[in-house]
Design a protein around this ligand. Structure first.
Ligand code: GLP
Length: 243
């Protein structure tokens, strides 16, 4: 595991963008796993800048998002589909047909989840997976207790997650209770993982995840077993890490 501690969020985002740029230059048709939430926003802004100023080329890149709320259509402003379009895709030259996001309004969710897994496999697996971490240690939307061997599936969200994500909605009651997420097994098969962690409120959970016991109670702790993991933290988030 490689740990990079940066002065602040801006530096964290720049460091992350440099890694993504290197991988795209090495492999233009990179299969990139993407995350949502507040943390990767700076990375996406930095990538947009690289596209505009240095012609960083996403034409051949393929992307798979980690998760999506059940019941939200792609044009719903709080859907992750909308988030991705607004915060990244519409500003770069990625092809629509190369973008994959779980379908929150799929008629048959189980069948959809299987197709999503197959879609990843068919493209050779995820080369680089971007990850954040929830305050309860979740990755994607894999809440505490999720099996380390899980594949893409439907989940019930924990109250901590609903509370944390309420800031994106008018109020807590509007936050969907269920989501589709890549499984922990799916995430662990990515050839490389890049986790971004920012802010004082992540201090405790990231220390437990990276330096505590590996347990399904802390989903992100599984990453200690990943052969190619880089974690970029700002100083605030790294406060309790022993380095
Ligand atoms: C959501 C997403 C996760 C993300 C987490 C942390 O629950 N499903 O993929 O890592 O939020 O979000 P933030 O970066 O806003 O703290």
């Amino acid at each position: 595991m490689q740990i990079i501690i940066t002065k602040n969020y801006e530096e964290l985002s720049k460091e992350a963008a440099k890694i993504v740029r290197t991988r795209i230059l090495e492999k233009p048709n990179l299969v990139l796993g993407l995350a949502t939430g507040s943390t990767p926003l700076g990375l996406y802004q930095a990538l947009i800048k690289m596209h505009q100023q240095e012609n960083l080329d996403f034409r051949e890149a393929r992307t798979f998002n980690l998760d999506e709320y059940v019941g939200l259509a792609p044009d719903h402003p709080q859907s992750y589909n909308y988030y991705m379009r607004e915060n990244l895709f519409k500003h770069i030259n990625i092809k629509k047909e190369n973008v994959f996001i779980p379908k929150g309004i799929a008629e048959n969710i189980e069948e959809f989840c299987q197709q999503y897994e197959y879609g990843i496999k068919k493209r050779g697996g995820i080369d680089l997976q971007i990850l954040g971490i929830g305050r309860d240690g979740h990755i994607g939307f894999n809440e505490p207790g999720t099996s380390f061997t899980s594949r893409t599936h439907i989940v019930n969200l924990d109250s901590v997650t609903i509370e944390d994500n309420a800031r994106f909605f008018n109020n807590e009651s509007e936050v969907p209770r269920r989501a589709i997420t890549m499984g922990i097994g799916t995430i662990m098969e990515a050839k490389e993982c890049l986790m971004l962690v920012s802010g004082a409120y992540k201090t405790e959970i990231i220390a437990r995840a990276l330096q505590g016991q590996i347990t399904e109670k802390v989903p992100a702790s599984v990453l200690q077993k990943h052969p190619n993991l880089t974690v970029i933290l700002d100083e605030e988030a790294a406060n309790r890490l022993e380095v």
